[in-house]
Design a protein. Structure first.
Ligand code: MG
Length: 244
């Protein structure tokens, strides 16, 4: 089945199980009546492959397995970056304290409390960096920007975002899109979302439409809900450059 999928033999109706177990004669009859489009003449999900195509599929599968097992012991870690699309997730949480600037997505938001952290404590930027690093299996933010290094003390997290974007580019990838959610009880983030998207998109060299930011309150629950912390979650999808 996976082989049929790789070869593009499934269409949407087959994936949804709508085509049923139609035999070749039924396909011809329906086609003759002009009911089905030519695309639907392709092999049904439930149809048994011919002995010839089944044998070819088995040979291909064995060849692939043999090739992979033979190389497994000496494969370079960078070989794993050969796939076309890669996905990563990231999250971050910072306690809130009076007298700290509340910065999210590189935007300063007026409020009496802000995140405690070695850098500016931008939880959203940190979550996005972790998602992008995760997509390339390059570890986490702390490995790249240690919180004991004076270099990053009070640093703008947009610096981290730019550096991580450089890692993505150096590996031959580009960002498809980022989706994120910020958990904060107060203040309301709605009026600031557009500015945050623009700021992050600028640092990532993508369009604001590729950066989604959603805001949630904690409904009075946990540290976020009690107004003691800001939390962010992010997912990033990256794709390899064509021809690289
Ligand atoms: Mg952090």
């Amino acid at each position: 089945m996976s082989l049929w999928f790789e070869r593009g033999c499934w269409n949407s109706s087959q994936l949804l199980g709508l085509s049923g177990n139609r035999g070749p004669s039924e396909v011809r009859r329906k086609e003759k009546n002009g009911v089905w489009s030519p695309r639907r003449q392709k092999r049904s999900l439930f149809e048994t492959p011919s002995p010839r195509s089944a044998a070819r599929a088995a040979r291909d599968s064995e060849r692939r397995d043999a090739s992979q097992s033979g190389k497994a012991a000496r494969v370079s870690p960078h070989s794993f970056i050969a796939s076309t699309c890669r996905i990563g997730v990231g999250n971050d949480i910072h306690p809130l304290a009076p007298g700290r600037a509340l910065i999210l997505g590189g935007v300063r938001i007026p409020f009496e409390k802000g995140p405690v952290g070695h850098s500016d404590g931008d939880a959203l930027a940190h979550a996005i960096c972790d998602a992008l690093l995760g997509a390339l299996a390059l570890g986490d933010l702390g490995q790249h920007f240690p919180d004991h290094s004076p270099e990053w003390h009070k640093a703008s997290s947009l610096v981290f975002v730019r550096r991580v974007r450089e890692h993505i580019e150096d590996a031959g990838y580009q960002i498809v899109n980022i989706d994120s959610t910020v958990g904060l009880e107060r203040p309301k983030l709605g009026p600031h979302i557009a500015a945050m998207r623009r700021k992050l998109a600028q640092a990532l060299r993508v369009a604001p439409e590729q950066v989604s930011i959603k805001a949630k309150s904690g409904e009075g629950l946990d540290a976020v809900g009690r107004g003691r912390a800001v939390r962010a979650d992010a997912v990033a999808l990256i794709v390899r450059h064509r021809g690289s």
